[in-house]
Design a protein around this ligand. Structure first.
Ligand SMILES: *Cc1c(COP(=O)(O)O)cnc(C)c1O
Length: 357
C-alpha cells in the first residue's frame, strides 16, 4: 500500500453552523485526495491537499469523450463519537467494475480504502451529527490526456472530495411520485448502464426535466430494447412488494448494482421474507396495482437510503400505492439501514467499517 502525503490547509474554512440548511452537494470540506496515473508509474504519489481547483488542458479527454467514473458513499458519526463507513468494500469493487468497463486502470483496493479512511479522518470534524445528516464521499476518476483522438487515455486523476449533507427527509420519510418513462431510455444491455459514470446521467436529463414539468420528482426507466421491463430510478434501484413477496428487477447489465439494493435484499431475506430478483414488466405492475396485489414500492440508494413511492404514472394510468403513505417494509428497511450506518443498531453483518482515531 502506498503512503499518502498529507498537506494540511493553513486557512481552514468556517464549518456550516446550521445543520438543517446543509442540503446536498453544495459545501465541500477543507481537504481532498488526489492520485495521478501514468503508464510509467501506474497509480502513484497519493496526496491529501487543501480542497482546491484543478488545472486541466482544454483538450483533456474527459471533456470530449466522457471517460470518467464516479462513486458515492457516506460517513456517519455515532452517538459515542466513532466514525463509520457503510460497506465501502462494495463501492470499491463496483468502482473497479466501472473502471474495467470504461477502460480506466484498476485502483488497488487497499489504496482506495486507505484513501477513504485517511481523508475522512483528516476532515472528521466536518461530519454533521444531527439525525439524518452525514458526510457524503465522492470518489471519481477522469481521463486527462491532452488529445482529441478517440482511444482510452494514458493518464488519469483519481480524486476524492467530501460534502457534509443534510437530512434527505426533513420530517421523517416522505413518499415520492414517480414517472415511468416510455419514450427516452437510459441504458441498453451491452452499454454502460452497469457502470457508475456521467454518461448515464446526461442521458437521463431530458426525461427528468419532462417528469419535473409534469409534477413528478423522479423517472423510472424501462429497458432500452423493448421498453417493457422495469429497470431502475434515476439514482436509485426499485423494489415492489407484490402479493407479500419482495420483487426487484434482476441485474441484467443495464442496471446499476446498488449497495443499498444489495443491503435491502439481504435484510429482507434475513427477516424471512421471500425476495425475487427477476424481470418485471410494466404491464404486470399495472395489473398488480389494479387488483390490489401491489402493496408497496420503494427506491434504494445512498442519498435517500430508502425512498417510499406513493404514486407511479405510466402513460395515462396513475397508480396510487398504499394510499400514498409509507409501507411497513419501507419504514423497517429505512430504520434498520440508517440504524446500522449510525451505530444505533448492532452490526451483526460486518457491514460497517470504523475510521479509527
Ligand atoms: C448510484 C446509483 C444507484 C444506487 O446505488 P447505491 O450504491 O445504493 O447508492 C442506483 N442507480 C444509479 C443509476 C446510480 O448511479
Amino acid at each position: 500500500m502506498q503512503e499518502i502525503k498529507i498537506e494540511l490547509t493553513k486557512t481552514p474554512k468556517q464549518k456550516p453552523q446550521d445543520q438543517s440548511k446543509l442540503g446536498f452537494g453544495k459545501i465541500f470540506t477543507d481537504h481532498m485526495y488526489i492520485m495521478p496515473y501514468n503508464k510509467e508509474h501506474g497509480w502513484h504519489d497519493p496526496k491529501i491537499v487543501p480542497y482546491q481547483p484543478i488545472t486541466l488542458e482544454p483538450s483533456a479527454m474527459v471533456f470530449h469523450y466522457g471517460q470518467e467514473m464516479f462513486e458515492g458513499l457516506k460517513a456517519y458519526k455515532t452517538e459515542d463519537g466513532r466514525v463509520l463507513l457503510f460497506r465501502p468494500d462494495k463501492n470499491i469493487a463496483r468502482a473497479n467494475h466501472s473502471n474495467d468497463r470504461l477502460c480506466i486502470p484498476e485502483i488497488p483496493a487497499d489504496d482506495f480504502l486507505n484513501a477513504l479512511k485517511t481523508l475522512v479522518k483528516v476532515d472528521k470534524d466536518w461530519i454533521p451529527t444531527q439525525p439524518g445528516t452525514s458526510l457524503y464521499i465522492r470518489p471519481f476518476v477522469i481521463a486527462t490526456d491532452p488529445f482529441l483522438g478517440v482511444r482510452p487515455s494514458d493518464t488519469y486523476l483519481f480524486i476524492i472530495i467530501l460534502s457534509p449533507s443534510g437530512a434527505y427527509y426533513e420530517s421523517g420519510l416522505d413518499p415520492v411520485k414517480i414517472w415511468i418513462e416510455d419514450d427516452y431510455v437510459r441504458a441498453v444491455r451491452g452499454g454502460i448502464g452497469e457502470a457508475k459514470t456521467g454518461g448515464n446521467y446526461v442521458a437521463s436529463l431530458a426525461a427528468q426535466v419532462k417528469a419535473h414539468d409534469e409534477g413528478y420528482s423522479q423517472v423510472l426507466w424501462l429497458d432500452g430494447v423493448e421498453r417493457k421491463y422495469i429497470e431502475e430510478v434515476g439514482a436509485m434501484n426499485i423494489f415492489f412488494k407484490i402479493n407479500g413477496k419482495v420483487v426487484t428487477p434482476m441485474l441484467n447489465g443495464s442496471i446499476l448494482p446498488g449497495v443499498t439494493r444489495a443491503s435491502c435484499i439481504d435484510l429482507c431475506k434475513h427477516w424471512g421474507m421471500e425476495v425475487e430478483e427477476r424481470r418485471i414488466s410494466v404491464d404486470e405492475l399495472v395489473e398488480a396495482a389494479k387488483s390490489g396485489a401491489l402493496e408497496e414500492c420503494w427506491g434504494s440508494g445512498t442519498a435517500a437510503v430508502i425512498s417510499p413511492v406513493g404514486a407511479l404514472r405510466y402513460e395515462d394510468t396513475v397508480m396510487e400505492i398504499g394510499g400514498g403513505g409509507i409501507g411497513p417494509v419501507s419504514q423497517k428497511l429505512y430504520d434498520t439501514v440508517t440504524g446500522l450506518q449510525t451505530g444505533k443498531v448492532e452490526d451483526t453483518f460486518g457491514w460497517t467499517v470504523e475510521v479509527d482515531g
